[in-house]
Design a protein around this ligand. Structure first.
Ligand code: AMP
Ligand code: ZN
Length: 291
């Protein structure tokens, strides 16, 4: 009896969602409508759930996505991450080492990239990741923090990217900034630590999110030039600049050359001195911390 229960538990995957997922498993494809429940009971785990459509209405707590882990993921703790990189996006975001062993549970790379880029939608519903929430936004811990303090502020409204922002979102963005400021104020180290609040010009993860990040960049998850340059060049758009752009132009425009910023030489964000490698940059940063 006990074994049967365990077996049943192990193979049961329950997804609650307001999105319209396409569930692809082998040759079966199932479409469900927003608000419907999808119960997948089968021993042929894992499935790929693809979100192909987004709603603009906030989700109620009864319509939450059940948190799932990315393939091969073991722990939220950056120190314990032994996960792998499926795509460049993953490498850009996670700070986890490149993939060596198993392939993702998909025959198609772009499919797994798409799946992975939905991770914030899962994390924002996970009480363990949430540090603050109100009726408009939620703040979560960044799963691969690039500094000692690194949070993400997300609206409950499903806004896929900066591209879809319009003037009418300004109020929401101001609220996100206000909440970010409050996060900084409540931080015990706020006095001695600088923070920046802003957006990556070309985010890798779906669902608009504002970074609130301390400027120590003291984290094992900060591993490469892309990580560094995404927070220390114009690739990082200050929240207030984004709001100003939206108020002036009614939309957010990103220069075509923006991606090139990620290839710039490593330069200290405090004294602008160039560093040849990430380990040397990290050593250099520690000098600023102790001075
Ligand atoms: P970007 O899309 O470039 O603005 O950055 C996305 C941020 O999300 C990065 O700082 C990642 O470390 C972080 N991240 C990636 N996956 C997750 C996840 N599943 N939960 C929380 N944070 C995540
Ligand atoms: Zn320096």
């Amino acid at each position: 009896m006990w074994t049967v229960w365990l077996w049943a538990k192990a193979i049961r995957l329950l997804v609650l969602t307001t999105f319209k997922p396409h569930v692809t498993h082998l040759y079966n494809q199932v479409s469900i409508k927003p608000g419907q429940r999808l119960h997948m009971v089968n021993q042929l785990y894992p499935y790929i759930v693809k979100f192909t459509e987004e709603t603009s209405t906030p989700r109620s707590s009864a319509e939450r996505i059940k948190p799932t882990k990315r393939p091969h993921e073991k722990s939220d703790n950056p120190a314990n991450i032994s996960t792998s990189s499926h795509t460049d996006h993953h490498a850009m975001n996670s700070g986890s080492p490149p993939q060596k062993k198993t392939q993702p549970p998909s025959s198609d790379k772009s499919e797994s990239a798409g799946y992975w880029s939905q991770g914030l939608k899962v994390s924002m519903q996970d009480p363990k990741m949430q540090v603050y929430k109100d009726d408009r936004v939620v703040v979560i811990k960044d799963k691969y923090p690039k500094a000692r303090y690194h949070w993400l502020v997300l609206p409950w409204d499903s806004i896929s990217s900066l591209k879809v922002l319009r003037s009418e979102h300004c109020d929401l963005l101001k609220h996100m900034q206000h909440v970010g400021d409050r996060m900084v104020q409540q931080c015990p180290d706020a006095q001695k630590r600088n923070f920046r609040l802003g957006y990556h010009a070309i985010p890798s993860m779906s669902h608009v999110h504002m970074h609130v990040i301390s400027q120590d960049f003291d984290s094992p998850c900060l591993k490469n030039k892309k990580h560094w340059n995404s927070f220390t060049t114009e690739y990082f758009i200050e929240s207030q600049d984004l709001i100003a752009m939206l108020e002036a132009d009614g939309k957010v425009t990103v220069k075509e050359s923006t991606n090139e910023l990620l290839k710039l030489p490593l330069r200290c964000h405090i004294c602008r001195k160039e560093q040849s490698t990430i380990p040397k940059l990290k050593d250099h940063l520690s000098i600023h911390r102790s001075s």
